[in-house]
Design a protein around this ligand. Structure first.
Ligand SMILES: [Zn+2]
Length: 164
């Protein structure tokens, strides 16, 4: 069973996530305040293809989320209907753009995974360790890197380098 919190009134709803497919999007209506909100069932992480994860820290606008990364550009932003990005965040944070920042996952010459952050560009900016990125900035992220977009905090959980 899984506990989710209403982004408006903070009351909890319990549901059985095992009844749904990984990656499936569910819409809830809060029994307390009638707020409608959506969540996505976390896609199953396949250990063999684990490229790292971005943790979306819970705040007043959304619940905690774990978003698996993939090779190439991972484009983060606020989920909207018909979104064209591959890493949408379920949030009502108005200061998160629908296309906000990008983490590029690539393999370096020595076989290690690299995580490169850039701004999309966004209206409110992308911050790495509380420093705003300039348009041309490409920031190489290490495990545990803290990224701020709007009022939303992202934490990188990097995959340890695998010997190749
Ligand atoms: Zn509510």
């Amino acid at each position: 069973m899984k506990k989710i919190r209403c982004p408006k009134c903070n009351s909890y709803t319990i549901f059985d996530e095992t009844r749904y497919e990984p990656g499936q999007r569910l819409v809830f209506v809060c029994e307390q305040c009638n707020k409608q909100f959506a969540i996505r069932i976390n896609p199953e992480r396949q250990a063999a293809r684990n490229m790292g994860t971005v943790i979306v820290v819970e705040n007043a606008f959304h619940f905690r989320q774990e978003i698996p990364l993939e090779m190439g550009d991972n484009v983060f932003g606020r989920f909207v209907r018909g979104t064209g990005i591959n890493k949408p965040i379920e949030t009502v944070d108005p200061s998160v753009d629908t296309r906000h920042c990008i983490i590029r996952v690539q393999r370096a010459g020595n076989g290690e995974l690299e995580y490169i952050l850039r701004d999309a560009p966004s209206g409110t900016g992308t911050f790495y360790m509380n420093q705003i990125l300039r348009n041309q900035d490409r920031i190489r992220l290490a495990d545990g890197a803290v990224i701020t977009i709007g009022a939303t905090t992202l934490i990188l959980k990097a995959t340890p380098s695998d010997p190749q």
